[in-house]
Design a protein around this ligand. Sequence first.
Ligand code: ZN
Ligand code: ZN
Length: 448
Amino acid sequence: MNNIYNSLELGKSYNREAVHDIFDSDTKFTPQTGSWGLHGIVRIKPNHASGSTKSYVFFVTYGKAQGDHQFDEGITSDGTLTWQSQPRQDFENSTIKDFISHQPDQNSIHLFLRAKGGLPYQYLGRLGYVTHDPAREKPVYFQWKLLDWENGLKEKVDLKLLSGKSSHEYHFPPPKPSILRQNQTPKNAKKIVFPLTSHSSTWFSETVLVKGLDKSAFLHHGTAVPMEMLAFWGGPINESDDRKIELSYRGIIYEAHFEKDAHGRTRLFWQVDFANTLHGVFPKVYDAHLIDQSIDDIPQIRFEKTGDNTYHVEFINDRIIDQDTDLINSQDQNQYRDGRIVKSNGTRYERDPRNRRLAIKIHGTVCAVCGFDFGKTYGLMGDGFIEIHHKNPLYQNDAEINIDPAMDLIPLCPNCHRMIHRDRSRVITVDDLKRIYNSKAEQSEYFI
Ligand SMILES: [Zn+2]
Ligand SMILES: [Zn+2]
């Protein structure tokens, strides 16, 4: 039954009642009430022509506010819609799950868009799921492809709706800096633009900071905290403050605290247990400092905020990352000597040493699907090892692309990484694999 598509015309104007009459003619339409009269997301009844329970109609009005959420939608010049769910919806919400697992050949999501209230909606055809921001919910941030964009839709859309950006230039808006909200002096707090680099520290996001470990870190059990990065640690420290934090490394908790010296500089100090751990991870660096030798590869420490006063810690060494990159590259080349890898959904971006270095600093080395941590399982031998995966194969067709390691790359253990690339005929997202991993029963449904 194709009558839905027959009665819908790309680019044509519709009011809510007309849309209701097409999709749900058996019920009565009442303006300003119920799903069809009011809601932005309407589920199409399963018995209707679409023949499915996971088809939806989206009514979108640009720039609306709901509660304290200001919606921020837009269509990029290459036909990608950026869109947010309802502010109450999280990843557990069944509608959100439908969206993330959306398959446009099985279910349809129809977009009706208008520039502002009071106008009719313009029908912009069906949407295909591109990606969503896994770091944020309530609302969930999505990107959708307008499937008819190159089929004549581009010319029909009111160009005033376009933001002018292409989807490659678009990034999900940065999360609100909640660390600043916890800070005691929010009025003085400047807006932070990530990444922020100062001295040997780079503050990558509100929860991740990477710092070079200098001589004093090895010999004096502590490291300086640049003033502009105090907000990462909960705000400025007063001399009378006794702020303690916990550092978690390979599942073991180490205590640390802050001190402010006579010159007003703040330092983070740890105890002998963590100092011993550090010496154990970088014995050559420690030995070199003991005899005052200079160091070529300054090791780094990565802090990831996991709670009010708790930080997950990893150690980073660029030289080791590059060694791993070489290892992964040489193994891939042997494995796929027949050239299949070239045609598959491109892993070459994942094997670029610069991308890998940055991705590991930003995302750490814990598998994003199963949580596997090489350091935890194999101890020092496995510390810091991980593979890096490119999340959005849609982008990989474009040779000109600039990779944004924060948005595009994600750490996966070799098992999960192989699974995600196993089926070369279709795109499997990290979230798809995560769902399958968490609920193995779904596997059978997924691979029909
Ligand atoms: Zn894994
Ligand atoms: Zn990959």
